[in-house]
Ligand binder design. Structure first.
Ligand SMILES: [Zn+2]
Length: 343
């Protein structure tokens, strides 16, 4: 997903946009940046915006026009002065960097700045990194670099000391939620997904993923079935769950949502309505909060969290499914027992 202006960057990464704008105004745009931060924080799209801002022939306040020949070639990955390197496999190969250095030792085909962007720069070895930096610093070179990493502490100290680091923060969940709502996504889906991930790209993908939506619907249906005398939540889960929860990733998503749902019931009972994720389900949440004792909901959450933790240790999906079934059976048995006891 591209970004087209520094104001747009500001919506996601306010500090970064401010620093870059100030640097531009003070004529101190750096030749060497490190973009550091977790996945999904728009480091790569910001690096391409930086390249476009440098190359654009019509830029205003360092914002590219997004229309000129240079801007269009950056967008279509065909600008001869822009080089993008990412690891092939687990490492950035020496040859990849060597060919980049060879490129820079030639006169450029086109006048103007030359920019290289290196993805996962923590995978550079020391020799490659130092040769690159040396190339950059040769007099008369109009070269700019952006090194991107999710693992800042693994970068070589010599690289860190010779570049300016910009720290990208996880994107605010509320921004992701609003973006999804703006795309016409229902609030149950937008809320669950923005709670599940702070990676904007992943969130947009998930919100359109038929299987993920089915899982959100299953979580809602399970609670509805619990309140309906003619249905059984456990049976519903057995039937539908087996169909939908095909792998551990899906199982993890389901469990996470079940936990959100249980927390919603708790929050409803405590009147913390602003924290509710499934906010289209307030009617059901109200009934459940009246029917289930707080300590049993907490116990459900603890059990589900325990199981979610175990998913990381490669238990197989079938076993995870059986454990989840047991978890639900126990959870709803408590609730039924509790409600029949209090009636
Ligand atoms: Zn332009």
């Amino acid at each position: 997903m591209s970004v087209y202006s520094w104001d747009e960057v500001g919506k996601y990464q306010n500090d970064i946009a401010r620093i870059v704008k100030n640097s531009y105004e003070l004529n101190r745009i750096s030749h060497a940046y490190i973009f550091e931060g977790p996945n999904g924080t728009k480091k790569t799209s910001t690096a391409f915006l930086y390249a476009k801002s440098l190359l654009c022939t019509n830029s205003e306040n360092f914002n590219p026009c997004n229309k000129c020949h240079n801007c269009r070639r950056v967008d279509s990955d065909t600008h001869p002065n822009l080089f993008y390197v990412k690891p092939s496999g687990k490492v950035i190969k020496k040859e990849q960097i060597q060919s980049l250095i060879n490129e820079f030792s030639k006169a450029s085909i086109e006048k103007g700045p030359r920019i290289y962007i290196i993805e996962e720069a923590d995978k550079l070895n020391a020799t490659s990194a130092n040769s690159l930096l040396k190339t950059m610093e040769e007099p008369g070179q109009n070269i700019y670099q952006v090194l991107i990493t999710e693992s800042y502490n693994s970068l070589l100290k010599t690289i860190i000391s010779r570049a300016e680091t910009l720290h990208f923060k996880p994107i605010d969940r509320e921004i992701i939620r609003e973006h999804l709502i703006g795309q016409g996504i229902s609030s149950n889906i937008a809320n669950s997904i923005s709670e599940y991930t702070v990676d904007m790209g992943a969130a947009i993908k998930f919100a359109k993923d038929a299987e993920m939506i089915q899982i959100i619907e299953l979580v809602i249906a399970i609670s509805d079935a619990f309140l309906d005398k003619n249905s059984s939540s456990v049976l519903l889960f057995k039937e539908k769950g087996q169909e939908i929860l095909k792998n551990l990733e899906m199982t993890d998503f389901f469990l996470t949502l079940m936990i959100f749902y249980q927390k919603d019931v708790l929050n409803y009972g405590l009147r913390h309505l602003e924290n509710i994720c499934f906010d289209e389900e307030k009617g059901t949440l109200k009934k459940l909060s009246e029917k289930m004792a707080q300590k049993h909901i907490e116990e459900n959450i603890t059990n589900m969290l325990g199981l979610k933790g175990r998913l990381k240790y490669n238990i197989n999906n079938k076993l995870a499914f059986d454990k989840m079934l047991a978890c639900l059976e126990r959870g709803y048995k408590y609730a039924t027992y509790c409600s029949s006891y209090t009636v």
